[in-house]
Structure formats: structure tokens, C-alpha cells
Design a protein around this ligand. Structure first.
Ligand code: 26Q
Length: 754
């Protein structure tokens, strides 16, 4: 059946027609028609199947992405045009699930797209959080968290009619499986994302995201990582993790048996990806299940080690998970003895306590267990992998050098160029054909167009057009006004001190003071921020309050407002990113060197023709190598310097503050009467004190270099011809960062699916 007939049937079922349907009805009918078509398609086949375990899948809206991959986007656009509407208008009815925090979750979603698009057999395994992370409300000048319900009567979720019994300490709990179909790009493949859920989920809290953390049976899948600032929250996190991995491991063994293989053959027919340490308990759970099926413990451990692979996504010590053994004994008593046995086995390989799974205080080190009992371990950018091997995981890397490799992250160009920036995609296709859509490395063919005036001018025109579109979207959706002819300088990512939004705030204050002194810039500047802060992370929330107060201060000042605007986009999510990134001129990637494992928005901005202003951290290093120093703005201390400063413990922010009068004037504004009148005094004071007394992520250290470099960047922007060449170099060299390339590397070196 052709798609138009399917859509017609879906509309008829709803008692309407293409001509009469509301946008909401059009969305529902398109969803049903797309989903039902996908349900008739077959998954990729192969001898070995991948299960990608992740606590987060930040999939974003799915209608457009699915239509692109099914080759139906143009047809649907034409159908909707007949009815006087467009896909953009209709997709505005689609709620966005917030099933992730940020980079790690979005990476998992890009990877599922690439796995299906390369025709590889691989499914995702995660949890069906009903209210997601949270929806951010900034109406009171500080962040408030609200539930983000996304499961409507018409949703992408399909009841897989399959369930597993998870053996918790308090008794068994049924895990029901729901699937989201994942179509490949133009290859007829449909893989799946399996999301496990409880049978009797709790309703959303009326206000806020507080709920009864002790009510595990119904609240287990309410929210993604609820507050872990207290013990009940931390225990719930362990319940979530074990629920996900136990159900997933049972699914794996059931499918193995359905394919006609014995449990002993697991490693030959299955690859398990452990996305950071959140799914690490899949290792002891698989061992437990194999032993239950008659496999000897040591054999089971070997089979599981050859099956599993672990990817690390962070070098922040506090994010390397450890759980007291008694948590595991209480939550998942079936695997506690297995973890002790694995610890004993690991100790026969190396007696060093530094690599132990269970330490002297009876605490379980998840990453250590992952490295001992995975056959492959990877970091997510070259610098990050190097830091893992030489410092963070050094003793383990010395024990198992052959296990470690780098897999630099990537993004799917289907969503992050074809989907979100059609004008640029069409401009590229008109110039070099559409080969780049299957092989992003062919974007390099654009380098031959450096002398082609009309192509180069087109890049500037498209950017301007996208800035007009963003201006309209911000007005309609977020109730903020920006000047579309200003420079759009954008920092969007999770709010965290290591990412240094607070350093960008210092630039904003410096610029404000310059304007107050009469040094107006060549052109207005719009500084755009978007970020959610973890609910229990006080300084991150304080930084949001600081930015909101600055936004008011600049907006209220008639001398400043025409030249400098600070916009904080409420509830930053995938959809907001899809509007912001195509319109950005400058991409802020200013983490403290050595702290950002990779970054992936840096790649999205690059592909959309923004120029990076950043430190030599994460994948910025590889961006710099690809585009050359003339096409990127770098500043700040190197990762070696920073690691040395931490080792010696001799960074003192108050010395920097005392030595630099201009900087202290900038800092003083944070607690000035005019700012205190516009923001929460407690928040502003805490931010101010932290800068001077602690500044753990060394914002003051790089602040001066940052201001100087940003000024140079903004001055260069005025040479529009030269700037357009930088844009071109960035777009042309971005193909390396296709997640298709990343997935090919995972497959070639680790998973061996093809
Ligand atoms: C850990 C313990 C307790 C509570 C929460 C957590 C926790 C939750 C989420 C730890 C880490 C995360 C998420 C990490 C993350 O998103 N990391 C990002 O991964 C991206 C994909 O590899 C990288 O590009 C980013 O550099 C990295 O920050």
C-alpha cells in the first residue's frame, strides 16, 4: 500500500480527511501511518546481534527523522502543502520525550540511527521514563523542574507483548517491553529501541518532580535518574539499573534461544555495548543467567567478557559510579555473590587494590568491573582516550593494553543537517550532488568551491535566512526578541561548571561594561544560552540565575540593549537544538581542557557552518586538526597544564582576582546593587564567592585569554568574505564526524556484526 493511502486510511479511521483534519489530527495520522509501515518492515539480519544498553536515549521528535529515513519526507511535504500546511507546522504537535540528560543520551540516539542505516543488526535497550528528565521552568528567575509527560494515546511506543520477571530483593517485578521502531536511511531496515516499563506506573506528581522514592513498584520508571542526593534516590537508581539490565539480559538469552543457539554460544552471536557504567550490572546478570542455565562460573565469566564492551564518557571522578555492596545485596541479591566471585577472579589476574572490583570498604567500582569483564574499552575522542589510558584508568590500561581503543563520537547528518537545515542541505546537493547523504566524507568535495562566489555567498545567505527563522521561532515559542542582524553566539549544553557557562557570563559582563563606557561594538551581539541543571546541583542552578539576571540587566538598559542581548532559552532540548544550531555564527565549546570527554554539539555546529570558539578539549582537538588554525578560535590552558595544576594543587583563583583589576571589576558586578535588584541574592552571592574562593574548573584562569580571543573572533566576523571561507571549511571537513563513521569503527574493531 502506498503511503498516501495509508495516511488516508488513518485519517478516515479518525473520522476526518486530509482537507478537514486539524494539525493535531494530521500529526496523529502521520504517526500511525509511519509506525504501521515500519511494523511491516524487517530488522537487519546477521549472525551476531548488538544490544546497545543505555540508561538514556535522547531520541528527539521522531516524525521528520523517520520520514527522511523512509524516503517519504518530500512526498509528505507535498501532501501537506496541498492542505495548506507543512511538516514543520504539523510536527509542532509532537511532544519531545526527555529520555536523556545530554550528550551521552543523544549519542545513543544518533548511534541507533547509524546502526540501522548501515544495515547492521542492533537494538537499543533502555527504560521507558514516563516523565523524562524534567521540563525546565524559568518564569521565576530560577530553574524549577516540572514533569515532562510525553506518552500520549498516539505515540511511537508499540507494546511488544513481551515481559520478563526481574528478581529484586523485595520480590519479583514484571518488566514489560515497549518498542520504538528505528528505520535505516533508504535501506528498508527497521531495528528497535526496547524500553522496559513497570506494569502499573505511577501518575505524574501534580507539581514538581518529587515523588515517593520508596514506592519502587510503580515509580521505578517515573523519572530519569531522580535526585540522588539522598539514599532513597540512590537506591532507586540501582533499582532502575538492575531492572533495565536484567530484563535486557533475559531478552538476549530468549532471542539467542529463538535463533537456535545454546547459551554457551552467546559470545559468538551477541555483542553487548555498555554505555558508561549505568548498565554495568548486565555483566554479573548475564553470568548469573548463564550459570542458572548450567554453565560453569569461570566459563560464564569468559563468555560474558568476550560478549561485552564498555564505553567511558566522562573523566569527572564523581561520575565514575561506585555502589556500596549492601545496596546491591538489598536491591539485586541474585548478583551480589556473582560480583564477589568476579572480584575474586579479577584478583587472580592482578592483586593491586587500585583495580579491585570490591574495595576494602565493600564498595563496588563499576568501571573496574567493566574493564576486567569486557573485551573492549573505549573513550569517545582521541584526547579523552589518551587521558583514560595515561591517567584515569591507567592501572587497568597497563593490565589490559589490548582492550583499549578510541572511538571518536559522531552525529547523524540525517537529523543534524538534512533534517534541521534543509536550505543548506539543498545548497550542498546543488553543488556536489547527493552522494554526501550516504557518505558524509564526500562533503570534502565542497573544498573545490572555495573560489565559487555564488556558492560561497549562498552560505552567508542561508545563514541569514536561518537567523530570521530562529528569530521567529524564539518569538513564537519562547517569548523573546532578538535582532536577526546581530552575531549569534551560542552555548547550549548541560549546565556544569566544567563546561564554564560562568566564564561566558564573565565575557558578557565585560562587554556590558565596555558598552557603558561608550565602546560600542561594530555590530550587535546576541549571546544565546540553553541548559538544564541537575536538580540537586546548586551552583549550576545559581549560574542559571546569574544569566537570567544579566539578561534582565542588559534588556532594561537602553544604552546596552541595542548592542548586547543575552537570551536564555527555556527548556533546552533536541527540538530547540534543531532550531538554534543552523542559525549559529559562533559555537561556544569552552570547557576546561581535559574535562569534556568529546562534546557532540561542537560537531553539529560545525556541520551547520558555525565557527568554533573553544579550548583544546575533547573532539575540539580533532576539529582543529581538520579545519586548520585559521578556521577555529582556540584559547586557554592546555590539558597537560590543567592536569599538572590539579596534581600540584597550586591553582589559586584569589591570586588571579587580585592581580587583575579589570577582572575584579567584572566579578564585582555580580553582587552589585543593579544586579541584585534583578536576581536572587543568594544565588548571585554564591556564584561570586565560588569564583574567588574555589573556582574548581578554573574559569578565572582562562578568562582573559577568552575575552581577547572572542573579541578577535567578532572582529573577524566583519570580513564577510573571509568568514564565509571559514564556514565553508567547517562544513566541508565535518564529514569525519558522521556517526556512520563511528559505528563502522565500533563494528570493525569491537562488535564484528557485519
Ligand atoms: C552518575 C552518577 C550519579 C548520577 C548521575 C551520573 C551521571 C549521569 C549522566 C553521569 C554521567 C551522565 C552523562 C554523561 C554524559 O552525557 N557525558 C557526555 O557524553 C558525551 C557522549 O560521549 C560526550 O560528548 C560529552 O563530552 C560527555 O560529557
Amino acid at each position: 500500500m502506498d503511503f498516501e493511502s495509508r495516511l488516508g486510511d488513518a485519517l478516515a479511521d479518525m473520522g476526518t480527511s486530509l482537507e478537514a483534519a486539524s494539525k493535531q489530527q494530521l500529526f496523529c495520522a502521520l504517526l500511525r501511518a509511519t509506525r504501521d509501515l515500519e511494523l511491516e518492515m524487517a530488522p537487519a539480519a546477521g549472525d551476531r546481534k548488538l544490544y546497545y544498553f543505555s540508561a538514556e536515549f535522547l531520541v528527539g521528535r521522531l516524525l521528520r527523522a523517520n520520514l527522511i529515513n523512509l524516503g517519504l519526507a518530500d512526498e509528505v511535504e507535498a501532501l501537506l502543502a496541498r492542505r495548506g500546511t507543512s511538516l514543520a507546522e504539523v510536527e509542532d504537535c509532537e511532544p519531545e520525550p526527555s529520555l536523556g540528560n545530554g550528550g551521552l543520551g543523544r549519542l545513543a540516539a544518533c548511534f541507533l540511527d547509524s546502526i540501522a542505516s548501515l544495515g547492521l543488526p542492533g537494538d537499543g535497550v533502555g527504560l521507558n521514563y514516563h516523565y523524562g528528565l524534567f521540563r525546565q521552568d524559568l518564569s521565576e528567575g530560577v530553574q524549577r523542574e516540572e514533569p515532562n509527560p510525553w506518552i500520549a494515546p498516539d505515540s511511537w511506543l508499540v507494546d511488544a507483548q513481551r515481559s520478563f520477571s526481574v528478581p529484586f530483593g523485595f520480590g519479583d517485578l514484571e518488566a514489560r517491553m515497549y518498542d520504538i521502531e528505528v528505520p535505516g536511511y533508504g535501506n528498508g531496515t527497521v531495528n528497535r529501541l526496547h524500553l522496559f516499563d513497570v506494569a502499573d506506573p505511577a501518575p505524574a506528581p501534580e507539581h514538581g518532580i518529587a515523588f515517593d522514592k520508596g514506592d519502587v513498584r510503580s515509580c521505578l520508571t517515573s523519572f530519569l535518574y531522580p535526585d540522588d542526593s539522598d539514599e532513597a534516590g540512590r537506591l532507586l537508581r540501582v533499582y532502575q539499573q538492575y531492572f533495565m539490565v536484567s530484563a535486557g539480559a533475559q531478552l538476549i538469552l530468549a532471542e539467542l534461544e529463538e535463533r537456535g543457539f545454546a547459551p554457551e554460544e552467546l559470545d559468538r552471536h551477541v555483542a553487548v555495548h555498555i554505555n558508561d557504567t549505568h548498565p554495568s550490572m548486565v555483566i554479573p546478570e548475564l553470568v548469573r543467567l548463564l550459570v542458572e542455565r548450567g554453565v560453569a562460573f569461570e566459563d560464564a565469566a569468559g563468555i560474558v567478557e568476550r560478549t561485552c564492551a564498555y564505553a567511558n564518557h566522562t573523566i569527572l571522578a564523581e561520575a565514575l559510579e561506585t555502589w556500596p555492596m549492601w545496596y546491591i545485596e538489598r536491591v539485586a541479591p541474585g548478583i551480589a555473590p556473582v560480583i564477589r566471585q568476579l572480584d575474586a577472579l579479577a584478583r587472580t589476574r592482578c592483586a593491586d587494590d587500585a583495580v579491585a572490583i570490591v574495595d576494602a570498604a565493600d564498595v563496588v567500582h563499576m568501571a573496574n568491573m567493566d574493564v576486567h569483564f569486557s573485551h573492549a574499552v573505549n573513550g569517545v575522542a582521541a584526547l579523552h582516550t589518551q587521558i583514560l589510558v595515561t591517567s584515569e584508568l591507567r592501572p587497568l590500561a597497563e593490565l589490559y593494553p589490548e582492550k583499549f581503543s578510541n572511538k571518536t563520537n559522531g552525529i547523524t547528518f540525517r537529523r543534524w543537517l538534512m533534517g534541521c537545515n534543509q536550505p543548506l542541505a539543498d545548497h550542498i546537493t546543488a553543488a556536489i550532488g547527493d552522494g554526501w547523504k550516504r557518505d558524509a566524507s564526500r562533503l570534502e568535495e565542497l573544498l573545490a568551491l572555495r573560489g565559487d562566489d555564488s556558492f560561497v555567498r549562498g552560505l552567508l545567505d542561508i545563514k541569514q535566512r536561518n537567523k530570521f527563522s530562529l528569530t521567529a521561532w524564539l518569538r513564537a515559542e519562547k517569548n523573546v526578541e532578538v535582532d536577526p542582524h546581530s552575531v549569534f553566539d551560542v552555548q547550549v549544553k548541560r549546565m556544569h561548571q566544567y563546561k564554564r557557562q560562568q566564564m561566558n557570563a564573565l565575557y558578557a559582563i565585560w562587554k556590558y561594561l565596555q558598552i557603558k563606557r561608550g565602546n560600542v561594538p561594530n555590530r550587535p551581539l546576541t549571546m544565546v544560552f540553553g541548559a538544564k541543571a541537575a536538580p540537586a546541583y546548586e551552583l549550576a542552578k545559581d549560574t542559571i540565575a546569574l544569566l537570567l539576571a544579566l539578561s534582565r540587566l542588559f534588556g532594561d538598559d537602553p544604552e546596552v540593549a541595542p548592542w548586547l542581548r543575552l537570551v536564555f532559552v527555556e527548556n533546552y532540548n533536541v527540538t530547540a537544538a534543531e532550531h538554534l544550531i543552523p542559525a549559529a555564527d559562533v559555537s561556544e565549546q569552552i570547557s576546561l581542557a581535559s574535562k569534556e570527554a568529546s562534546g557532540t554539539s561542537n560537531m553539529k555546529f560545525m556541520a551547520n557552518g558555525a565557527v568554533t570558539l573553544g579550548t583544546l578539549d575533547g573532539a575540539n582537538v580533532e576539529i582543529a586538526d581538520l579545519v586548520g588554525r585559521e578556521n577555529i578560535y582556540l584559547f586557554g590552558r592546555s590539558s597537560e597544564d590543567v592536569i599538572g595544576l590539579y596534581e600540584r594543587g597550586d591553582y589559586r583563583p584569589w591570586d588571579v582576582w587580585q592581580a587583575d583589576g579589570e577582572l575584579s571589576e567584572v566579578l564585582d558586578l555580580i553582587v552589585s546593587p543593579e544586579l541584585l535588584a534583578r536576581g536572587d541574592a543568594g544565588c548571585l552571592t554564591r556564584v561570586y564567592r565560588d569564583f574567588i574562593a574555589k573556582d574548581w574548573f578554573m574559569a578565572l584562569l582562562d578568562a582573559r585569554d577568552y575575552v581577547v580571543t572572542k573579541e578577535r573572533c567578532l572582529a573577524d566576523y566583519e570580513d564577510r568574505g573571509a568568514w564565509a571561507q571559514k564556514m565553508l571549511a567547517n562544513v566541508a571537513r565535518s564529514g569525519f564526524f558522521s556517526s556512520d563513521r563511528t559505528i563502522r569503527e565500533y563494528d570493525r574493531d569491537i562488535w564484528h556484526l557485519a
